[in-house]
Design a protein around this ligand. Structure first.
Ligand code: FAD
Length: 381
């Protein structure tokens, strides 16, 4: 079916991003996988062609356009080439609302120009060694002392953890107040007592820097509180999670579509028993099922993008998109690997890397089980 999400301007931007990826990312990504990190220079180069901060107001260096379809264009181009090391979608899709919508004028002036230029890389630190799904179980605290908060605690699994300059830290400003005692503070690179631990040794996404962060009596100015009010952090997170989950769903579909297309090509050329493997009914049935499921999922996700732009994407809609598409992505890529035979197990073939990289998609941003909880709770039992 015809896809009608994009208009002329999105397609033009798509060409720009595709050309950028071919020139600045494709030739280097293998090396970044070995290095365990993407160099900061590529962020700056991406900033120069306007990849970051579409929603950043023009006076702060952005394009001043709130249209998630541009984010979709970028994410799809990144996934098309399997460049899972780039933390662009975390910066652009997940962090932008925190920095654009929850900042006062002073904070905007300090942070947004760097956000849009790619010189200030962002991260969000919710998860702790003892609390992931159960966000209210976090133990990091921010104690008010005059014009500062004193932050103590530890975070783990933080995307862009090594490269980040601005980390939105979820901390308890009132440990007795439950959900109303959580606040979001921006901790900046170089603040005394802010340390980074290991660049974690993951099974996939090797070019992505995922790290532990430590906070030891870090004095964070009250001017770095997001949203202007203490105790709102939990609700601010809840408000932004649907966009994060939709972003992951967009990644899932783009990645699975790419691998499916590669697999169809493989099935055309690989022969067994004197025929190409695409001529076996089983191969055609498997490909037909995957293609059908993906196309149906694609239309739901595109519809979610339109709903997000209209301010109508609910937490339940986004949860459905997230769990369904990421489980589907894993299924599609696993079946595609099978159709590659032994070659599918070799890193020379993109399906192998996609198989490893995609596994985390059902886990971060809220696990499949938590997504089902969100949907299930909506029935009001
Ligand atoms: C590569 C990577 C990048 C990440 N990036 C970030 C980041 O940038 N920032 C950040 O803050 N975090 C990040 N995370 C953390 C991620 O969001 C958490 O790992 C995830 O939310 C799950 O939390 P957990 O690991 O503590 O698992 P747990 O919460 O311990 O869950 C373990 C298992 O129990 C299940 N479970 C838990 N509660 C329930 C329940 N109520 N009902 C049914 N089942 C349940 C889960 O679904 C899961 O299967 C990242 C993780 C990874 C692996």
């Amino acid at each position: 079916m015809r896809r009608d999400l994009f208009e002329e301007e999105h397609l033009l931007f798509q060409e720009t991003v595709r050309e950028f990826m071919a020139r600045e990312v494709v030739p280097h990504h293998d090396r970044w996988e070995k290095d365990g990190i993407v160099p900061r220079e590529v962020w700056k180069k991406a900033g120069e062609i306007g990849v970051f901060g579409f929603g950043v107001p023009e006076e702060h260096g952005g394009a001043g356009i709130k249209d998630f379809r541009y984010n979709v264009v970028i994410t799809e181009e990144v996934m098309r080439i399997g460049a899972t090391g780039l933390g662009f979608s975390l910066h652009n899709d997940v962090m932008a609302p925190y920095f654009v919508d929850l900042t006062d004028e002073d904070q905007k002036a300090r942070w947004l120009p760097g956000f849009a230029s790619g010189e200030l890389i962002t991260a969000v630190a919710m998860t702790e060694p003892g609390a992931g799904s159960d966000l209210q179980g976090i133990r990091t605290t921010a104690r008010r002392e005059g014009d500062h908060y004193v932050v103590n605690g530890q975070k783990t699994f933080i995307t862009n953890g090594i490269n980040s300059d601005l980390v939105v830290v979820v901390a308890k400003t009132d440990p007795e107040a439950g959900a109303r005692g959580v606040s979001l503070l921006v901790v900046e690179r170089g603040m005394e007592g802010f340390g980074r631990g290991r660049n974690l040794d993951k099974i996939g996404m090797h070019a992505q820097d995922t790290a532990e962060l430590f906070f030891d009596d870090v004095r964070v100015p009250v001017a770095n509180l997001l949203g202007g009010q203490e105790g709102q952090g939990f609700f601010q997170l809840m408000a932004n999670l649907p966009q994060e989950r939709l972003s992951i769903a967009v990644m899932a579909i783009a990645s699975a579509e790419t691998v499916l297309a590669q697999t169809i090509e493989y099935c055309r050329s690989r022969t067994a028993f004197g025929r190409n493997i695409g001529s076996f009914q089983n191969t055609r049935f498997v490909l037909a099922e995957l293609d059908t499921e993906l196309e149906i999922a694609r239309h739901y996700v595109d519809r979610c993008v339109v709903a997000l732009n209209a301010g109508e994407l609910s937490a339940v809609d986004a949860a459905k998109a997230k769990w369904w598409t990421t489980e589907l992505q894993n299924k599609v890529i696993d079946r595609c690997l099978q159709l590659h035979g032994g070659y599918g197990y070799m890193m020379d073939y993109p399906v192998a890397k996609a198989w490893i990289d995609s596994r985390v998609q059902t886990i971060y941003g809220g696990t499949t089980e938590i997504m089902k909880e969100i949907i299930g709770r909506s029935f009001g039992f």
